[in-house]
Design a protein around this ligand. Structure first.
Ligand code: DGL
Length: 268
């Protein structure tokens, strides 16, 4: 039996990362922990997010995971180094893969980042992009209303378009050609963000999904067996609270139906 990959996030949004990973390495077993009792992380101090991230990681270690993916951008921004120091297994975050994909995609060297306030304050995307290529210009902006809009499933139409116009304006003023979605929730709004950005900029823009970039980075780290284990490919979902509407929201992020019976509630 192959050891599972552990994935954690502040809540349900990280299921976008689990979905991308399941698509990239379908024969791997995944254990996903969503800290739904303490979401959001994006508005909290770095110190608090580091504490929460350590608790999530330690719980996942009890599942004998072989590798940990920090699916939450905010936790990746402030806690990745601490987790890598503490754990004996490889730990990857979503920021470095997203940053690298952004650098690869840009033609003008002007990259916009949309993320939570905590991720923007951490400066982690700027550091990761500059580490790839010092000549890049990076403009990071927070887009907090995208989180509840994605949770509500309100991802197209007038309201998300209005929010997108407001959040994209500063990136339009500096004429970015690439926008990295630096938050677990934003891939659900990708179409709206893409459309509104292209309208405001007057030219097309490349949208980079850090969830997809992370799944691709993870694939290159794994020793994939020549003959995959046909019995593997399970996704176990753990949460620290089971709010109403959980199933509907989880299904939206995962892209397939999730019932209450598929989920285990734990205490940290
Ligand atoms: N998971 C968070 C992130 O990717 C978004 C939601 C939150 O603020 O906790 O930054």
């Amino acid at each position: 039996m192959t050891k599972p990959i552990g994935i954690f996030d502040s809540g349900l949004g990280g299921l976008t990362v689990a979905r991308a990973i399941a698509g990239a390495v379908p024969a791997e077993n995944l254990v996903y922990l969503g800290d739904t009792a303490r979401v959001p992380y994006g508005t909290r101090s770095a110190k608090t997010v580091v504490r929460y991230a350590i608790a999530c990681a330690e719980r996942l270690l009890s599942f004998d995971i072989k590798l940990l993916v920090v699916a939450c951008n905010t936790a990746s921004g402030v806690a990745l180094g601490e987790l890598q120091d503490r754990l004996d297994i490889p730990v990857i975050g979503v920021i470095q893969p997203g940053a690298r994909a952004g650098v690869k995609a840009t033609r003008t060297g002007r990259i916009g980042i949309l993320a939570t306030a905590g991720t923007v304050a951490s400066g982690a995307y700027e550091r990761a992009i500059q580490a790839e290529n010092q000549a890049m210009n990076v403009f990071a902006r927070s887009a907090p209303l995208f989180v509840p809009l994605a949770e509500e499933g309100w991802v197209t139409g007038e309201v998300p378009r209005l929010a997108a116009r407001r959040y994209l304006q500063p990136l339009v003023e500096v004429d970015v050609d690439t926008i990295v979605l630096g938050c677990t929730h934003y891939p659900l709004l990708s179409e709206t963000i893409h459309e509104v950005a292209a309208e405001l900029l007057g030219h097309d823009v490349t949208i980079v999904d850090s969830a997809e970039a992370t799944a691709a980075a993870l694939t290159s780290m794994l020793d994939l067996p020549a003959t995959p284990d046909q019995t593997a490919g399970a996704l176990e979902i753990l949460v620290t609270d089971l709010p109403g509407q959980f199933g509907a929201a989880a299904s939206r992020f995962l892209g397939k139906a999730v019932g209450a019976l598929d989920i285990q509630v734990i205490d940290l």
